[in-house]
Design a binder for this molecule. Sequence first.
Ligand code: BMA
Length: 317
Amino acid sequence: MIRFEKKNPVVIKEDIPDIGVKLRDVTSVFNPGAIKVDDTYYLMLRVQNRGRRTFFIMAQSKNGYDFEVENKVVEFKGIEKVKERIYHLYDPRLTKIEDTYYVMFAMEMEDSTQLGLGKTKDFQSFEFVDIVTKQDTRNGVLFPEKVNGKYLRFDRPNNHQVEGGPLTGNSICLSESDNLIDWRTVAKVANGTRFWDNLIGSGPPPVKTRKGWLHVYHGIAMHYAPIYQVGVMMHDLNDPSIVISRGTQCILEPREYWELVGQVPNVIFPQGLIVEEYDDEGFAKEDSEVKLYYGASDTHVGMATSTIRRLIEQSYE
Ligand code: BMA
């Protein structure tokens, strides 16, 4: 992938307006969900205040790199039905299914981290749907359409304890659902390797191409201090539990100072992938440019570009 040259990082903490006491002179802005509707690019930003609490704030752009950040926080109506204490919502991913935009995010609660689901039709008012996991899980990404009559998602159960570190995970699973609320794990689809991606989790939601589902993910090298990088694999169109190809090298790693240095150093965390062109049947065109939005060192938002063709190629390299 090639870092966007004109401007990077594309969103920094100085872009976040003063939204009152809780969000004044914030610490960082990172790990955004992204989606393009007609000619508008939307980011759902993860903004962290000085109490290191996370808030979601929407931003819009007409060119994909100059973003105007809203001066209000995203509130999910109905989230008060959750009786357990919620500490943070974080790492949102945006997927359009039929005429609704869904947000899947991590919910850090008293005893575990679960996946939550929200929805909106206009990016102005948001509704909380439900908690959609039963075991500690992060990195949930919804497929943009049903496959064989089922809603699908990739998710990453947290069943790997890093010594002295967080509960994390080393395999991505495929889950299915009839109603987007009750989910069943179908298969473990990919494990971490002994090389650059010891621990893994999905990045942005998968993209439908003529050659299969394109799946960008993050891989963590754990040999010393963790390094978060980006990788790519392809899955069978009719049965996404089948991995057709998986790159042996990362396709983007921390190199710029703003990726190497920050709140958590050495982190590129991909969460939003925008495909510029789809064909009439809804497949991403191979020549289409893609824009990847990522959190850089848990401090800023970066953007890199590529094409569908190149990403598919890299899943074979
Ligand atoms: C992961 C998540 C991300 C974060 C990354 C690097 O486990 O918590 O939100 O960006 O660690 O700190």
